[in-house]
Design a protein around this ligand. Structure first.
Ligand code: GLY
Ligand code: MN
Length: 394
């Protein structure tokens, strides 16, 4: 079997064609871009449709029936750079780093068109999330919830921007849990549900996470407190804020909840962050750029030359270190989990004495909480694409 085809993000940046290999965009400054479009005569597989839609007038389109014919439409003079897979036919320099750095740096600022694609991807994702929550409340297995998500998002698995993360109970503590357990759990053994699932519109992703408790219980209260904390972080998003500072705000929020719900003793929220105990419970970054890739490129870039901005010490999984500017789009996704191996390390450490272990042990069965929204930076603040989408998909 061949791997599923995924369009190169640099190609998707030009053309909303996601399912057709052996295509090329040729751009020469000052000229209409040329699209080499692969349309074989084939009765084993369905050939790509003839290009149509709002974008076709923007291109000088050349149809090819066999991949080898692409070279007939390549430019033959001038300086040529080729961006694409190493095995593709190409003229000029292959993936030159100075060009890629320039493009990756600029991908941080999204156009109105790109933001609108992500607005729609959030609407589709929210529709899937609503259906998934209903399936959870109705007693469905992880697998059944996954199917309901796909149906409501009108999507195949391959069209999703990433594999659905759908975990009940302890599975919610596995950050990228993608197993989709087939067995239904009896209601008495259903405690919690975490779903991290997105959608794709014209090659642009949404990335959304919600967590639910099966009952009106203390875990449900924790989710509510956590949700308020997540929204406070979103409300802090505005131009000139340093993204790592939002990450640290996430740690302070997690620490406050650990203190408030008495998972700790003899230490306050500041101490929990200072001694890095919050990292046991929140072991990933607070978010990442999103766009043509779910984890979009350029998160560490200091400039278009490829210099980078270091991650803060002790936070190896943070994916974004740049300063926030208008038209950037990123996720805000703090988490608080009860992760077996990380708790085992904490138990062996100096900091074990601060932990209310019976309480922690009682909450392992819930797995954890993550709440994730996609946020666009505006001139003076932000637009939360995900909250708006959930409000519209009631
Ligand atoms: N949605 C998965 C992640 O951001 O890693
Ligand atoms: Mn994410």
């Amino acid at each position: 079997m061949a791997y599923p085809f995924k369009a190169n993000p640099h190609f998707k940046a030009w053309v909303p064609v996601l399912d057709n290999p052996n295509c090329y965009v040729i751009y020469t400054p000052g000229q209409k871009p040329r699209l080499i479009y692969f349309q074989p005569v084939d009765y084993w597989y369905k050939p790509a449709e003839t290009p149509s839609g709002y974008w076709v007038d923007q291109f000088d389109i050349r149809i090819i029936a066999v991949p080898e014919d692409a070279t007939k439409h390549f430019p033959t003079n001038g300086r040529i750079a080729f961006i694409g897979e190493t095995e593709a036919q190409h003229p000029g320099d292959l993936n030159p780093a100075p060009l890629l750095n320039r493009l990756h740096f600029d991908r941080a600022w999204k156009t109105e068109y790109e933001i609108e694609c992500m607005r729609r991807a959030n609407r589709t994702g929210a529709r899937g999330h609503r259906a998934a929550e209903r399936a959870f409340r109705a007693g469905g297995s992880e697998y059944e919830i996954h199917l309901e998500y796909l149906r409501a998002a009108n999507s195949t698995e391959e069209e999703l921007p990433y594999a659905n993360i759908i975990g009940m109970n302890e599975n919610a503590a596995v950050l990228h849990y993608i197993q989709h357990e087939r067995n239904k759990l009896d209601d008495s053994r259903r405690f919690s549900f975490l779903i991290d699932a997105g959608a794709n519109v014209n090659g642009y992703a949404s990335d959304i996470t919600r967590t639910y408790s099966n009952r009106d219980d203390e875990f449900g209260q924790m989710i509510e407190a956590f949700d308020r904390g997540q929204q406070e972080i979103c409300a802090s998003v505005k131009p000139k804020v340093n993204y790592p500072e939002l990450h640290m705000q996430g740690h302070r929020m997690v620490a406050r909840i650990l203190e408030q719900f008495q998972f700790m003793r003899d230490i306050d929220a500041d101490g929990i962050v200072e001694k890095r105990i919050s990292s046991t419970f929140f072991p990933h970054g607070v978010g990442h750029y999103i766009g043509l890739q779910v984890h979009d490129v350029g998160g560490f870039m200091a400039d278009p030359k490829g210099n980078t901005i270091q991650k803060p010490d002790g936070h190896p999984y943070l994916r974004l270190t740049r300063t926030v500017e208008p038209s950037m789009v990123f996720t805000i996704e703090p988490g608080l989990y009860f992760i077996e191996p990380l708790l085992a390390d904490l138990k062996k450490s100096e900091n074990a004495k601060y932990v209310n272990w019976p309480k922690v042990d009682a909450f392992r069965k819930y797995g954890g909480i993550r709440i994730e929204d996609d946020v666009v930076v505006t001139a003076n603040g932000s637009e939360n694409l995900t909250r708006a989408a959930f409000a519209a998909e009631r």
